[in-house]
Design a protein around this ligand. Sequence first.
Ligand SMILES: [Zn+2]
Length: 364
Amino acid sequence: MSVLDPANTPAAPAVTAEGEAFPSAPRRLHYIDVPAPEPGQSVPIAAGVRWARIPLPLDLNHINVWLIETGDGCIVVDTGMAASIGKDAWENIEREYLSRQPLRGVFVTHIHPDHIGLAKWLQERFGVPVFTSRRTDELALSMWSGRAKAAFNESEQFFRSHGMTDEVQIRAMFRPERFARLTSGMPHVEQFVADEDVLHWGAGEWTALETDGHAEGHLCLSNPALRLLISGDQVLPTISSNISFMFGNGDPNPLGSYLSSLQRLRALAEDTLVLPAHGVPFRGLRHRIDDLTGHHLEQLDKLAALCAEPKLVMDVLPFMFRRELKDLHLFLAIGEALAHLEYLVHAGRVRRELVAGRVTYVAL
Ligand SMILES: [Zn+2]
């Protein structure tokens, strides 16, 4: 059983590369009564849509991918990471399903390696186009062109200005080579998909919804006729997706973007079946959005109160994350805390000041 199965939430990891464990209360969400497919298998989940799982070599041990029938084959949404267990699962899916319904294209929801990681490998193996947002393609190019590596000095300066002094810790947190290791290369994107573009796949019409906050250029896919939402990492049933403010961010207020994206999704039909990238498909989208929003608003109030006295981001971490943080988890936690502090700055509740070269937040 997966650590993300609702029946098993106490064993869920406290933090993952995707975010913080944060399940909704029982009965807020209605999980579908379909057993999760084994790696390399796929099961029907809605008319013309199949659910498959690709294992990940992480504490978050799987990603869900969705196979959408096109009439002459299928399109897959998201891919898994460039790891042998992921490729093995795909080879099984090829034998079990793609031999009958050939792969016609790969749609990538966002830049994170568990989503884009095998896009190039699938593209080459099946000779198919890749679709994603222009921003996701730009981010992938910057990771692959070595520009991210050149950003190390920028990152060091950023973390020092936020009160970190341990160079070893900074180096352990920011490792741009990690992205390259977890992806099979830079896919060639044939078609950029923009907000509200309608993709005609077989008899289905899928509307792309740009939903920023967790990742710039993140796309969900909505099929109103089937009452389906492929939510990527924007809405997950048992995890509060990581929302980070980092050096080099294009978005000055990612938490603001995230919360307004959630409100946009809240307008979808109440009985929409949500197909998340991690965990089990569920109904109860509005409840989940309200729970996630409430969680962030609580954290914001807590931080605003803490900032009655001037605070560095490092000072507020123990209040947001009640455990020891290191390496990637420390990196994600700093990003998440800064996203909240910067939200408060934009809301006029907190002021950002440079005191002796360090970024300090103080309540207004
Ligand atoms: Zn993600």
